[in-house]
Design a protein around this ligand. Structure first.
Ligand SMILES: Nc1nc2c(ncn2[C@@H]2O[C@H](COP(=O)(O)OP(=O)(O)O)[C@@H](O)[C@H]2O)c(=O)[nH]1
Ligand SMILES: [Mg+2]
Length: 256
């Protein structure tokens, strides 16, 4: 059976970038050879994001969206996305997450799915820190932050082959995602902030995972809006993970 690819996009006030990203995804859908569905989590946007989603979803039946009435944050949006996708997807399907700000090129998805299948991976991260990875137009503070995150997580929550812990461009195998959510009793994500991306990996590091990286060309020069990430708050969240993330008791989670 051929795996289905779900693409999940968290979006907060992305009226400018979203149509460009959805058009690029349409091209991927035509060329990938797997069935593909898109789910956008519109997190209480106050711009035209919702209107754009109404238009795209009425034109294309593979494009879906959900609305949070008010802005809850990236962690809440990714949590909604995970809970929704594991309801509908099969274990052999894939969930791709990526930014809706047009800095992640959907064309990468075609090769990333191939690599997931060939290497039988649970997780593949599009990474700036693997040979061939690039970042174009990233401010120096952001470069320092993502490199600092790398050393922090390699030290405390090491996952073999993984270096880019803050990249939101990833492919998850649904079977693994479902199992890890069960192990953590549905609390894989316990923050509403941007630190959710690293929290997910911190928890995976405690239960074991077969993961790899794929060279990301981070096209930050195409970003047409302010970054929504608060660097200081995100770093505070990372330190908090040292206290919050413990190895789960497998017996309690009903794993045998
Ligand atoms: N659902 C949701 N998405 C958000 C929120 N803040 C940012 N995002 C989305 O998360 C992604 C990452 O944010 P972005 O501004 O691109 O951060 P950066 O790329 O790290 O500078 C983008 O797709 C945003 O639209 C939020 O509060 N809720
Ligand atoms: Mg971004």
């Amino acid at each position: 059976m051929i795996s289905k690819v779900f693409i999940g996009l968290p979006a907060y006030n992305e009226e400018r970038a979203l149509p460009v990203v959805l058009d690029k995804i349409h091209y991927v859908k035509e060329s990938i050879g797997n069935p593909l569905e898109v789910i956008v989590i519109n997190d209480g946007s106050t711009d035209a994001t919702r209107k754009i989603l109404e238009e795209y979803s009425s034109q294309y039946d593979y494009i879906h969206y959900m609305n949070h009435a008010a802005n809850q944050g990236l962690g809440a949006a990714i949590n909604t996305l995970f809970q929704t996708v594991i309801k509908y997807a099969e274990d052999e399907d894939f969930l791709v997450t990526m930014d809706a700000d047009n800095t992640h090129n959907p064309l990468h998805i075609i090769d990333m799915i191939k690599k997931m299948n060939e290497e039988k991976l649970d997780l593949l991260i599009a990474s700036r820190f693997v040979e061939g990875g690039k970042e174009i137009g990233v401010p120096i503070l952001r470069k320092l932050y993502s490199r600092g995150a790398k050393y922090f997580f390699k030290l405390f929550f090491n996952i073999k082959n993984i270096n880019d812990y803050s990249s939101g461009f990833r492919v998850y195998r649904i079977g693994y995602l479902r199992q890890s959510m069960a192990i953590y009793q549905n609390k894989l994500i316990t923050t509403n902030g941007f630190d959710c991306m690293a929290e997910i990996l911190a928890r995976f590091s405690k239960i074991g995972i077969k993961a790899a990286e794929y060279p990301l060309r981070l096209e930050y020069h195409l970003k047409d809006s302010q970054s929504k990430m608060n660097v200081a708050e995100t770093i505070r969240g990372y330190f908090d993970l040292l206290r919050r993330v413990r190895k789960p008791s497998l017996r309690k989670a009903g794993q045998r």
